[in-house]
Design a protein around this ligand. Structure first.
Ligand SMILES: Cc1cc2nc3c(=O)[nH]c(=O)nc-3n(C[C@H](O)[C@H](O)[C@H](O)COP(=O)(O)O)c2cc1C
Length: 232
């Protein structure tokens, strides 16, 4: 399927037919998700593939009984994590070494700058220090302004995870099936089901199934391009 055709074909599907969606469809879409661009290649995402009927029912309940969740064959919970950066950083460095693309700049970035940005302390003193430093240095030259601290790290992780989600949904569409992203869920209940703590945020739940034509609510609408695109 042509790339632009896939983009046009993807719609948010609120109801699916009972047709089974083979696991390979989801596996392929997850592989596509993991190829998404992401911040510093730290791959802050984690995906929970919910496929057992019991767990699906629990997750659908946490998704406020939305029709798209209730009728889905598979549910994917996309999670942003800020506690895996050291492990992933080490894997990135190892890969760079093996690929012969290691350099002092890369080492400086992953061993100095990344720990500087990602290390958190209980009282937020480091966050305060980073903000102050950015303010002072920023008077003289361009500098990354954060947001620093836990909130900032989650922002970074959520952006990357959302890109992976789009890859996932497009890959589902390209294989002829439907999906729907959901942020309408009870995060506290859903985290409990998944056994997740405060270093994880739920980005979205994505339902997957065979599209019931009645599950597509009207024609696709976007506001005019010149409302939202500025050429400067
Ligand atoms: C982050 C995010 C959260 C969403 N949450 C829900 C949701 O909880 N329930 C739902 O039915 N649709 C949800 N949607 C789907 C949007 O309503 C939908 O993408 C939008 O209306 C445009 O329609 P289209 O996807 O068919 O082009 C969500 C979409 C995004 C990107």
């Amino acid at each position: 399927m042509d790339f632009f055709e896939t983009i046009r074909l993807r719609r948010s599907v609120r109801r699916y037919t009972p047709e089974t969606v083979p696991n390979e469809i989801v596996e392929k879409a997850l592989d596509a998700a993991l190829m998404a661009p992401n911040s510093s290649n730290l791959q802050h995402w984690e995906f929970f593939w919910v496929s057992s009927p019991e767990k699906k029912a629990e997750v659908a309940q946490a998704c406020l009984f939305q029709g798209t969740a209730r009728t889905a064959q598979h549910l994917i919970v996309a999670v942003a994590r800020i506690d895996r950066w050291k492990k992933h950083r080490d894997a990135v460095l190892q890969n760079l070494k093996e690929g012969g693309t290691d350099s002092p700049e890369v080492q400086q970035y992953y061993n100095k700058i990344i720990p500087f940005l990602y290390t958190l302390d209980p009282v937020g003193a480091l966050t305060l220090m980073r903000n102050l430093m950015a303010f002072i240095v920023g008077i003289f030259k361009p500098i990354y302004r954060g947001p620093y601290g836990k909130k900032g790290l989650f922002e970074v992780a959520i952006k990357s995870t959302a890109l992976a989600c789009e890859n996932f949904m497009l890959a589902v569409a390209a294989q002829g099936y439907g999906s729907c992203p959901m942020e309408g869920f009870d995060e506290v209940r859903l985290k409990k089901i998944l056994g997740l703590g405060s270093k994880a945020r739920l980005v979205m739940v994505i339902s997957v199934g065979a599209t019931d034509p009645k599950g597509i609510w009207g024609r696709q609408f976007r506001v005019p391009r010149d409302w939202v695109v500025n050429k400067i």
